[in-house]
Design a protein around this ligand. Structure first.
Ligand code: NAP
Length: 311
């Protein structure tokens, strides 16, 4: 199947292009970007031009930042194309629901991807937790924004999410592995005085059986980077490290499932395999749960102003 990639930035180059090229399902037939191109692939500077010129491309994968992504998704669905959305699936929940409704009416597929849910040990963590009672849960997601998001001004602008851009990955894993629903009870969001989005966030969750559940997100981390979820249950403890790539049960490292990190089987190859299945069946996969938690953190969050951020 032919696919076009729109928004040729960091994630498109690092993950989408290699995953599509390694896939048996997809052929990268075109790109859309104002500045970026992919060698050997036809390029367009705007989505309307692509949709006009290439009716043979049935699926468009959108890797733009969340705010400009909606207009491209509307255009693609309006032109009868399947749409794959990078995370977060939009700038607002209502936008995402609008896209889902449009896709249903147009009879095309739409996929809100959550790449971190495809990390090697997420499925194993979910299986282990399925019949356990949780006592305590702690997310620590601390990374250096200068290292991972160089030059990405959009992250500090309204709709760019700030530290929730990586933090939503933790929430996507959490909402995948927990057997129980969870919601935000309170939040403290730290905004640099010159930015529109938070550089750090502390969250407290309400858990149905009263488990203590917290998350700490921070974009100011120097040195070691931390993407960890720790869960204590009445029958043992779990630590998911490196964004879901490693799993320890009661302190013992668990073997990674065979081939889980191979070239045809990492996070993005798995997303593209799922998209192939959805496109083949006009399927819809629009789980907005992680985004609802982020929206709730913004609704409830106490705002603290911290020192300005300069890249
Ligand atoms: P990026 O490096 O800034 O790239 C985004 C691309 O979108 C740009 O190259 C730009 O290409 C295009 N674009 C179109 N309209 C834009 C606008 N108004 N403002 C900014 N760029 C615009 O960002 P990214 O890191 O690839 O992130 C894109 C999406 O992927 C985000 O939703 C992010 O959460 C997600 N993601 C990122 C990572 C990561 O590690 N970076 C990991 C997973 C998911 P042109 O200027 O050429 O049009």
């Amino acid at each position: 199947m032919k696919i076009a990639l729109a928004g040729i930035g960091k994630i498109a180059r690092d993950q989408h292009v290699p995953a599509i090229r390694a896939s048996r399902d997809w052929e990268l037939a075109a790109t859309v970007s104002r500045h970026g191109t992919v060698e050997g692939v036809e390029s367009f500077s705007n989505i309307a031009a692509l949709l006009d010129a290439r009716p043979d491309i049935e699926t468009i994968s959108l890797c733009l930042p969340p705010v400009p992504r909606f207009a491209s998704a509307v255009a693609a669905i309006g032109a009868g194309r399947n749409v794959m959305l990078e995370k977060p699936p939009g700038a607002t929940l209502t936008e995402c629901r609008t896209l889902e409704t449009m896709a249903r009416e147009a009879g095309v597929s739409i996929f809100a991807t959550w790449h971190s849910r495809e990390a090697a040990q997420v499925a194993a963590a979910k299986a282990w937790l399925a019949d356990r009672r949780i006592l305590r849960l702690k997310i620590t997601w601390k990374e250096d924004v200068r290292r991972w998001h160089p030059g990405q001004a959009w992250i500090w602008q309204p709709g760019g999410l700030g530290v929730f851009d990586p933090g939503i990955n933790a929430l996507s894993i959490l909402t995948e592995i927990l057997p129980d629903p969870i919601h935000i009870a309170s939040a403290t969001l730290s905004f640099p005085e010159n930015c529109e989005t938070p550089i750090a966030a502390d969250l407290i969750f309400a858990h149905p059986s009263g488990a203590q559940a917290t998350a700490e997100f921070d974009f100011r981390q120097q040195g070691e980077q931390t993407w960890t979820i720790e869960i204590e249950t009445t029958a043992g403890s779990l630590r998911l490290l490196d964004g879901g790539a490693k799993l320890l049960i009661d302190g013992v490292i668990q073997e990674v499932p065979c081939g889980a990190n191979g070239p045809l089987n990492g996070e993005y190859p798995r997303l593209y395999a799922k998209m192939a299945t959805l496109a083949g069946s006009r399927g819809i996969d629009m789980d907005l749960t992680p985004m609802a938690l982020v929206a709730d953190a913004f609704l409830l969050g106490r705002r603290v102003v911290v020192e300005p951020f300069h890249e």
